[in-house]
Design a protein around this ligand. Structure first.
Ligand code: FPP
Length: 269
C-alpha cells in the first residue's frame, strides 16, 4: 500500500504574481512568467538541502484557459522550452519530473515533452517535482473517484494514490502561495487536508532560495496537531507553569489517516 507521506517534506506552491511583477516594471505579463522560471530553478535547486522530497508547482490551472490566447500560447511555449533545456540537468541531479492534471487539451508538443521528460527522469531519487498543468483539484478528485475499481472499498489512502497517474501522491505538508493572495484556487484540495499554509506578499519572480528557506523555517516552527492535542511537556521539565485548573492529558497519537512527513526529516531522507 502506498504511504501517505513522501521521503522528505511535500511542499506545494501556487506561483502567483508574475503578471503584477511584470506590469510594475512596464513589461508585458509574459516577462513575468519568464522571470518566474528563474524562481522555479532556484527552489528546485534549494529543495533537497531543505529536507523537501516532493515539490508540486501550480503552473497552469484549468481556470487559466480564460486568459488571452496569446498569454496561454507564450506560457506553454516557455514550459515546452523549459522541459527541453532542463531535463539533462534533472537527470544529473537526481530530479524526477512528472505532471498532474489533464493532458488531452494541452498542445501536442507540450504533452509529448512532458511524456519524454517523465521517461528520462524516471530514476530520479533526490527530488520529485510535480508540475500541475491544466489542473483542477475538483476535477482530479472526480476523475479519481470514477477511476476507482470499486467506490465502495475506496479509502482515503487509495483515493490519494488515484489522484496522480504515477501513483505516488502524498499529503502536502506545506502549501506556499505568493503575491499576498490567500486562497487555494482549486489546488490539491484533497492532499492539503492538513497542510500548513504559508502566504507571503512576495511576488513569485522575487521568490528565491532565501524566501523558500524562510517558508520552510516557518513551517518547522508550526505546531502540527492533526486534530489531537499539543504535546505535553515531560514531567519535571524546567520552567513549565501549568495553569491551576489545566487538565493534563496525554498527547494523542496522530490519526494514521493524517500521517505526514516529520518536522525534522529522519537522517538519510
Ligand atoms: C500566476 O501569476 C502564474 C501563472 C498562471 C503561471 C506560473 C508559471 C510559471 C512560474 C512559469 C514556469 C513554471 C514552471 C513549472 C517551469 P499571474 O500571471 O496570475 O500573476 P498576477 O496575479 O500578478 O496577474
Amino acid at each position: 500500500m502506498q504511504s501517505y507521506r513522501s521521503a522528505g517534506l511535500h511542499v506545494a506552491a501556487i506561483m502567483d504574481g508574475n503578471g503584477r511583477w511584470a506590469t510594475r516594471r512596464g513589461l508585458p505579463r509574459c516577462a513575468g512568467h519568464k522571470a518566474g522560471i528563474r524562481s522555479v530553478r532556484e527552489i528546485i535547486e534549494a529543495a533537497p538541502d531543505l529536507g523537501v522530497g516532493t515539490l508540486t508547482l501550480f503552473a497552469f490551472s484549468s481556470d487559466n484557459w480564460r486568459r488571452p490566447k496569446a498569454e496561454i500560447d507564450t506560457l506553454f511555449g516557455l514550459l515546452s522550452r523549459y522541459l527541453r533545456t532542463e531535463v539533462a540537468q534533472f537527470v544529473d541531479n537526481g530530479v524526477r519530473l512528472t505532471a498532474i492534471g489533464r493532458r488531452d487539451r494541452l498542445p501536442r508538443g507540450l504533452a509529448a515533452g512532458i511524456t519524454q521528460a517523465e521517461r528520462e527522469t524516471a530514476e530520479g531519487q533526490r527530488l520529485h517535482v510535480r508540475v500541475a498543468l491544466d489542473y483542477s483539484a475538483r476535477d482530479a478528485i472526480l476523475r479519481a473517484v470514477k477511476a476507482a475499481p470499486d467506490p465502495q472499498t475506496l479509502t482515503a489512502e487509495s483515493l490519494l494514490t488515484l489522484l496522480d497517474d504515477s501513483g505516488t501522491c502524498t499529503d502536502v505538508d506545506l502549501l506556499i502561495r505568493t503575491s499576498g493572495e490567500q486562497r487555494l484556487s482549486d489546488f490539491l484540495l484533497w492532499e492539503c487536508a492538513y497542510a500548513e499554509l504559508y502566504f507571503t506578499p512576495c511576488l513569485w519572480p522575487d521568490f528565491g532560495a532565501r524566501q523558500f528557506a524562510l517558508a520552510i523555517d516557518a513551517f518547522r516552527g508550526r505546531d502540527r496537531r492533526f486534530g489531537g492535542l499539543a504535546p505535553v511537556p515531560a514531567v519535571g521539565a524546567a520552567n513549565v507553569q501549568w495553569p491551576a485548573n489545566a487538565a493534563v492529558t496525554a498527547p494523542q497519537p496522530p490519526n494514521p489517516a493524517h500521517r505526514s512527513a516529520p518536522l525534522m526529516p529522519a537522517a538519510g531522507e
